[in-house]
Structures are given as C-alpha cells and as structure tokens.
Design a protein. Sequence first.
Length: 185
Amino acid sequence: MTTILELPLHPLAVHAPIILVALLVLLGAAYLLVPPLRQRIGWAAAILVLLAPASAYGSIFSGQQFADFTYGPGEWPDAVQQHHDYAYWLLWTLVALVPVWFLFAGLDRGRRAALLRGGDAPKPAPAEDGATAPAGGDDPAATGRKVIMLILGAIALALLGLAAWWLFQTGHTGADMVWGGVVES
C-alpha cells in the first residue's frame, strides 16, 4: 500500500477529485451557458477537464490498494465495493466528457474566428419594396456549427451533472464508511 509519512495515500488523494470535479462542474457550466465568459475561463476549464479524470483515477488506484491492505484482495465488504463502483462511474463519466468538451471548444473557437471575420453576422440586403430583407453571413458552416454546438453542449452539460452526482454518491458512501460506522475494520 502506498503511504505518505506512514499515512495511507487514499484518504489524502480523495480530496483532489472532490475539489477538481466540483470546480469542473461549476466552471464547465459557466463555460457552456455563458458564451461571453468562454474566452476568459476556457483554458481553466480545459485543464480541469484533463486533471479531474486523472485525479479520480489516482484516488481509485490508491483506494484499491487501501481496501486490499485492509480487507484482503477480493474480500471487500459490500459498502467498500459500492464506493469503488461509484468511483468508477465517476471516472468513466469524466473520460466521456473529454472528447465532447474539446469538440465543443473547437467549434466555439471556429465560431469566434468567423465572428472576427464578420462571417457569422447577418448582412441585411435591401429588398425590392425598400424593406430590409435578412440574408445570411458569408460563413456557410454557421448554421451547422450552431446545431452541433447545441447538441454537444447539452451532452457536456448532462455529463457535468452526472459527474456531480457520481462525485456526491462516491463521497457519501466513503463518508458513511468512515463516519457512519457502516464498515468495521
């Protein structure tokens, strides 16, 4: 079992995903729902998208070592197994978020570049009767990009919500074991 200063690593390591996933959920929701903030918090959110699953994996790895040391390999109580399963669901939810996130961010970058060129802005054209008729910009990908961004954004938001749920479940079962006396060693 991995230790730091003769303390098991797992109780120390679990704090990283708690903080990183919670920050990811908050910054990620802000990034997805408030477009003017995207340029300011995009890099921080992208770093969290990569660090959160790494921290969850580190906690799972140290938790498996801790459980094997405490109970023996394959001898885990049901509460420990449930805690482990929730952690794996959290990990896979975070892993699924990575490609969705970077696809959305790439499309958003393309959208901003098109806006800078003036390609996404509608250009009014005078109609025959003197009224102004709306006409599309010169960016042919604008409509498709918006639709795909809407779909990817909804998926990313759902994955963020799911990650928050699995984080809560994992932390709650872990806290029950430590403070609620669910598992006796």
